[in-house]
Ligand binder design. Structure first.
Ligand SMILES: [Zn+2]
Length: 313
C-alpha cells in the first residue's frame, strides 16, 4: 500500500504488457477509433454513437430488435451433408466449422425466423458475417429455401438480411450450386405473389450478390455498406485505373440505380413495416408504442398456427 504498488507497478505493467482492451467490455469503432462501451453499443443496435458507423450485428441480436417485443420463432433448416469434399487447407473444414460455432454460438451462417414486426407477420432470414465470413454453403442454401417455403406456406412476405464474403470455398461446386437453388426459391415467392425484400448489409459480395441478394422486389441497404461481385481492389488491379470515390458503396449504388433505399439501421424497422403493409394491402402502421397484445392478438397468433390461414389477404 504505497506509491510503488499504487502508481509505479501499474505504470510498468501497462508499459510492458501488450494487453488489448477486454473484448467483453469495449469495442473499438473501426471507422473513427472511438472506444465504445459494449452495452451502450448494443443498445444502439451496434451503430457507433460517435460517427454513426454501422458495425456488424448478429442475426439473433437483429431479430431481437426487429420483431415485436423481441419475440420470434426459429424456422428449422434441414441439415446438409457435413464436409462433402473432405476439404482441408491449413485446417480441416470440420475444425473450421467447430471454431466458428464456438465463437458465434450459432450452428451456421444463417438464421431463419418468423414473427411479427409492427403487427405485420413476416418470415425473416439473416446472414451472419462473423460465421466464416457469412459464406454461402449448402446450409445457407437450405436456409433460404426453408425461409421461402415457410413464407409461401404462411402467405407471408420474406425479408432477408444479407452479409457475405461470397461462396464457401470449402464446399467447392456444391457451394456455387446454391446460386441457382436460391434463385429458384425466390421465384417461388414471386409465383405466390409474396413480397421479397432484401436488406443489404456490410459487406455483401461475391456469389451472394450474384444471386438471392439482388433479386428483391425492394432493395434496401444500410449506410456505407460495400456491395459488389468482385471487390474494388481486384477491379483496380485488373483495369489499372483509379476507381471513383465511394465506388461500390451503398450511397454510390443508390445514385446509380442499383438500390431503392439506403436506410439507417435505427429507422429500418419502421421503414420495413411501412413497405410491407403497403405491398400487402394492409392499413397504415400504427404510430407510437403499441399496447401489450390483448385477446385479439392472441387469437391472431393462434390462427397463424393453422396453415390454411391467410393473414395477408
Ligand atoms: Zn465511429
Amino acid at each position: 500500500m504505497n506509491w510503488i504498488t499504487n502508481y509505479v507497478r501499474p505504470r510498468i505493467n501497462s508499459l510492458f504488457s501488450r494487453r488489448e482492451v477486454p473484448e467483453n467490455l469495449w469495442t473499438k469503432c473501426p471507422e473513427c477509433g472511438t472506444m465504445l462501451f459494449h452495452r451502450e453499443l448494443s443498445d444502439n443496435l451496434n451503430v457507433c454513437t460517435n460517427c454513426d458507423h454501422h458495425l456488424a450485428i448478429s442475426p439473433r441480436q437483429r431479430f431481437a430488435a426487429l420483431f415485436d417485443g423481441g419475440v420470434f420463432n426459429e424456422v428449422k433448416v434441414p441439415e446438409p451433408v457435413a464436409d462433402p469434399l473432405g476439404f482441408r487447407d491449413q485446417k480441416k473444414y470440420p475444425d473450421r466449422m467447430k471454431a466458428a460455432q464456438k465463437s458465434t454460438g450459432e450452428k451456421e451462417a444463417m438464421l431463419v425466423a418468423e414473427g411479427e414486426i409492427g403487427r405485420t407477420p413476416i418470415v425473416a432470414a439473416a446472414q451472419d458475417f462473423s460465421f466464416m465470413g457469412g459464406s454461402m454453403g449448402m446450409y445457407v442454401g437450405n436456409a433460404i429455401i426453408a425461409a421461402a417455403e415457410r413464407a409461401v406456406k404462411l402467405k407471408r412476405p420474406l425479408v432477408l438480411f444479407s452479409a457475405a464474403g461470397g461462396a464457401r470455398m470449402q464446399e467447392g461446386i456444391l457451394s456455387l450450386m446454391q446460386m441457382p437453388r436460391t434463385t429458384v426459391a425466390v421465384e417461388m415467392l414471386k409465383e405466390a405473389r409474396l413480397p421479397y425484400i432484401v436488406v443489404l448489409t456490410h459487406p455483401t459480395t461475391g456469389g451472394v450478390t450474384a444471386s438471392y441478394a439482388m433479386l428483391g422486389d425492394i432493395q434496401i441497404s444500410e449506410p456505407n455498406a460495400l456491395i459488389c461481385f468482385a471487390g474494388p481492389r481486384v477491379i483496380e488491379q485488373t483495369i489499372r485505373e483509379k476507381l471513383p470515390e465511394g465506388f461500390q458503396r451503398a450511397e454510390y449504388l443508390l445514385e446509380h440505380g442499383m438500390l431503392d433505399r439506403v436506410t439507417h439501421r435505427k429507422k429500418l424497422r419502421e421503414e420495413l413495416v411501412s413497405i410491407l403493409r403497403m405491398l400487402g394491402g394492409l392499413p397504415a402502421p400504427v404510430a407510437g408504442d403499441l399496447p401489450a397484445p390483448g385477446p385479439t392478438a392472441t387469437a391472431r397468433s393462434e390462427a397463424d398456427e393453422t396453415p390454411a390461414d391467410s393473414t395477408s389477404a
